[in-house]
Design a protein around this ligand. Sequence first.
Ligand code: PMP
Length: 358
Amino acid sequence: MRKHIFNAGPCKLPDSTLENTANAVRELGNCGQSIMEVSHRSKDFQAVYDEAVSLFKELLNIPENYSVLFLGGGASTQFCMVPYNFLKKKAAFVNTGTWSTKAIKEAKLFGEAEVIASSEDKGFTFYPKDLQVPADADYLHLTSNNTIRGTEFFEDKSYDVPVICDMSSDIMSRPVDVSKYAMIYGGCQKNVGAAGVTFVIINNDFAKENLADRVIPTMLKYQTHIDKDSMFNTPPCINIFTVKETLKWVKANGGVEGMEKLAKQREEMLYAEIERNSMFKPVVEEGSRSRMNIPFLMADGKEDLMSDFIAFSEKHNICGIKGHRSVGGFRASTYNACSIEDVEALVACMKEYETLKA
Ligand code: PMP
């Protein structure tokens, strides 16, 4: 029986992604070969790749002068690739938790990383607003959704310097004004596919004109991948297939506007229950709450029941709500494919637990 999956990534994918990928593993279309066997230079795979790129562009309304790349190495490789390519002297960062901290650490290998705002003093429970960005920064690096802490911003703003954003865990969950960003990147394993492929949306002029004056290995240069349409080396073919299938599902379900509507609904349902239920309490301040990752704790005095509630939820066919090991408590990750029925099941389970234990 399929579970109610609240994993943080890899996470729940649409049924159509699973079914169509399973079919393509047996045979891609009618080409007599599996998606795992077919050449990445074949017309059969080229069609998969082209559709994935064009759906990405269409759904996010990406302007003409941007490239969409599918690379390996995870978003974590982007933490070093970005400064390798574009940090000349100094980059500005907003520190909102584990992932931005990792990006800052890598940037320091190449130059100065100035933290212009941080939510660390309040345990990363809010998203800093009203940023003052130094005019001499080569770029500003943001993390739009903090997967571990459950904070997120929803407004795409212009700054005086180019903006680069890690959207690993909220891409395709709302309309994004891509023109406000020089580059957006992320792992695909939350909202857009299976683990193993990284998306990069990059302004072609920015990539050319802002290159740092240092020797960069070929594979770590964005221009290499822009010039070769992500085919400089063998791309993660099957993962690109899962992206294509997932984006087809996003399109069929109202596009990013449809995804945003569902995301708001899921978040409202779950936060309403966390606030109402005497057994639990929220973590993140109102106004900074993520729609994708919803952390919560046992209410004061009930902390000892944490493992008990995890076991209870598992008996109710719910999986993945244990909080990140660095934070504890619970975290329900409610990405695009998480259905209203999944959230209803979790809410019902929380209600039942209260009836039994309060
Ligand atoms: N950034 C964010 C916001 C993430 O959530 C993650 C992974 N959970 C990463 C970066 C790292 O991604 P990867 O594991 O693909 O390297």
